[in-house]
Design a protein around this ligand. Structure first.
Ligand code: SF4
Ligand SMILES: [Zn+2]
Length: 122
């Protein structure tokens, strides 16, 4: 079971919980477990760290002082995810990928070597 921390009381709760069982804070929007409701901490605004504020694509009326938002996406987390997606594969992964793409060629080379060995020893 995945869990999250309640933004108000900091207790660990089920990530699907619609409200916090400890302090009754609303954790999902419209009472739906699939719509997370993000909340800013004390004295903070969500927009300050939101991707859609950084790229200037948000047109919500509560921008730039949103304390609650269903669309919020943390800019730093988003950047980290993007870097992981586009990171250069390691040499081991590159080799594995090359072997997978050239399986037929490798099979023929192996057969050729076996034939050569048979010819050499007969
Ligand atoms: S999506 Fe929400 S948190 Fe992000 S900039 Fe717009 S209003 Fe602010
Ligand atoms: Zn709580």
């Amino acid at each position: 079971m995945a869990s999250i921390f309640c933004p108000r009381c900091k207790q660990q709760v089920d990530s699907q919980a619609v409200t916090c069982p400890f302090c009754r804070t609303e954790l999902k929007a419209f009472g739906h477990p699939g719509i997370p409701l993000h909340r800013a901490g004390k004295g903070e605004y969500l927009c300050d760290t939101c991707t859609y504020h950084v790229d200037d694509s948000c047109n919500y009326p509560q921008r730039p002082t949103a304390k609650e938002c269903t669309l919020y996406q943390n800019f730093e987390e988003y950047q980290t995810q993007k870097q992981q997606q586009y990171r250069k594969p390691s040499s081991n992964e590159s080799l594995q990928s090359w072997v997978r793409q050239n399986q037929t060629l490798l099979l023929f080379v192996a057969l050729f070597v076996v034939c050569l060995m048979i010819a050499a020893f007969t």
